[in-house]
Design a protein around this ligand. Structure first.
Ligand SMILES: Nc1ncnc2c1ncn2[C@@H]1O[C@H](COP(=O)(O)OP(=O)(O)OP(=O)(O)O)[C@@H](O)[C@H]1O
Ligand SMILES: [Mg+2]
Length: 256
């Protein structure tokens, strides 16, 4: 088997503000193999975004070890692309300029990169448009094209479809699976949505809170194309819901 693409061992993280110290992640261990599609779910505040930021090299202040392809992660890198809930396109630049801006100055064949990646997300026609002229789904597609233009080995997605309507969200989920198959990029998606986690992930990692930690990991056995209506899909979804969220939601209900 190939070496892991990400290897996290005994990761702990705390935030210090003034005299207060808040333990956010405790003893997180996680190995991700190249080409895997991993979903991470868990309650709000359990440290999902913090974990993703650490994997992306946006936060390097932690205890334990976090390795990317056998080397410690020292900062952000083009091989690890980020996609956030908001598209984060620069409003004063057109679609093509946004993509160009994300590439290093020395990049050759910029034109070809722009064309190819807009084609992948089906947006060849909007390259001269400004972000405000796009729908939410289109803008998020552009941010996916922008990330792909940098030829990442990993895409780190932090609730990427959380702000979209249900239909657009389903379309983009399909697109993500298609991309994953086509480009063989390792995908790590953080989501609140159990259905999304099970639909996309080969493995669903469930985190818990205070302090944030990994509670359980589920292998999802599904063929591609995946089905949202198969008994197996519902069985997997229901199992995760029952084991982790039902009790929490009932407790919440009875305490309000
Ligand atoms: N820069 C920061 N300074 C201090 N505390 C922080 C900082 N960033 C995050 N935290 C705290 O760390 C904890 C985990 O935050 P994080 O954003 O990783 O959670 P999350 O699981 O992504 O939550 P959500 O599902 O709401 O996005 C929270 O309690 C948050 O308040
Ligand atoms: Mg978050």
């Amino acid at each position: 088997m190939a070496d892991p693409i990400i290897q996290i061992e005994k990761l702990s993280k705390q935030f210090v503000s003034g005299k207060q110290t808040k333990k956010v992640l405790e003893n997180v261990n996680l190995t991700i193999n190249p080409g895997e599609f991993i979903s991470i779910i868990g309650p709000s505040g359990c440290g999902k975004s913090t974990l993703l930021r650490i994997m992306g090299g946006l936060d390097t202040d932690y205890e334990g070890s976090v390795y990317f392809e056998n080397g410690p992660i020292k900062g952000p890198g083009r091989e690890r692309g980020f996609i956030f809930q908001d598209h984060r396109l620069l409003p004063w630049l057109t679609v093509e300029e946004n993509i160009k801006f994300s590439l290093p100055e020395s990049t050759e064949n910029v034109e070809k990169i722009i064309v190819e990646n807009l084609e992948i997300v089906g947006l060849q026609d909007v390259r001269k448009a400004y972000p405000k002229q796009l729908s939410g789904g289109m803008a998020q597609r552009v941010s996916i094209a922008r990330a792909l233009s940098n030829q990442p080995k990993i895409l780190l997605l932090d609730e990427p479809f959380g702000a979209l309507d249900a239909i657009t969200k389903m379309h983009l989920q399909e697109e993500m699976l298609r991309l994953w198959e086509m480009e063989q990029i390792t995908m790590i998606i953080v989501t609140h949505d159990i259905e999304e986690a099970v639909y996309l992930g080969q493995r669903v990692i469930v985190m818990d809170t205070q302090p944030g930690r990994i509670k359980q990991s589920y292998n999802i056995e599904q063929s591609i194309p995946r089905s949202r209506v198969s008994p197996e899909f519902h069985r997997q979804k229901d199992k995760i819901y029952k084991e982790f969220f039902e009790e929490k939601l009932q407790t919440f209900y009875y305490t309000i």
